[in-house]
Design a protein around this ligand. Structure first.
Ligand code: UDP
Ligand code: MG
Length: 148
């Protein structure tokens, strides 16, 4: 089953949005397969965002990610990468639709509270980076009430 890596960024933690964000993924029907509360250093944040290292906002982005604890998760389900991005909303909150996490709770692009993998392949890479110890195996008992 498809998996994605989701991070509640330091502003999401500071603003008390952890439960709300987890609830949106849970209620949709996705399964929580990994969860950690941690603070990362610059080298780790730079590795996570390595693809963006040439961007003018890169240093500010790294400052932001290391500025406090984050909640990192693996969510699983059919289409979870793309649907997860839809639940999150557009990168720039000026363009994120109401009803999405960024559309409902954020104003500025550099304080957009959440990260989600942009492809199945990057989801796999981000899972390996953030969860080198591996994740739990379990299947919720409600499975056949969500999948036909
Ligand atoms: N970002 C920023 N300024 C920009 C573009 C992006 O501060 O002009 C930050 C923002 O926090 C974004 C992150 O860099 O979430 C990663 O950018 P990406 O284009 O991958 O957006 P995402 O996949 O998070 O929607
Ligand atoms: Mg991205």
């Amino acid at each position: 089953m498809e998996q994605t890596f989701i991070m509640i960024k330091p502003d999401g933690v500071q603003r008390g949005l952890v439960g709300e964000i987890i609830g949106r993924f849970e209620k949709k029907g996705f399964y929580l397969k990994g969860l950690k509360f941690m603070t990362v250093d610059r080298a780790f944040a730079e590795k996570h965002y390595a693809d963006l290292s040439a961007k003018p906002f890169f240093n500010g982005l790294v400052d932001y990610i290391v500025s406090g604890p984050v909640v990192v998760m693996i969510w699983e389900g059919k289409g979870v990468v793309s649907t997860g991005r839809k639940l999150i909303g557009a990168t720039n909150p000026l363009e994120s639709a109401p009803g999405t996490i960024r559309g409902d709770y954020t104003i500025d692009i550099g304080r957009n509270v959440i990260h989600g993998s942009d492809s199945v392949d990057s989801g796999q890479k981000e899972k390996d980076l953030w969860f080198p110890e591996g994740i739990n195996w379990w299947r919720p008992s409600q499975h056949s009430w969500i999948y036909e």
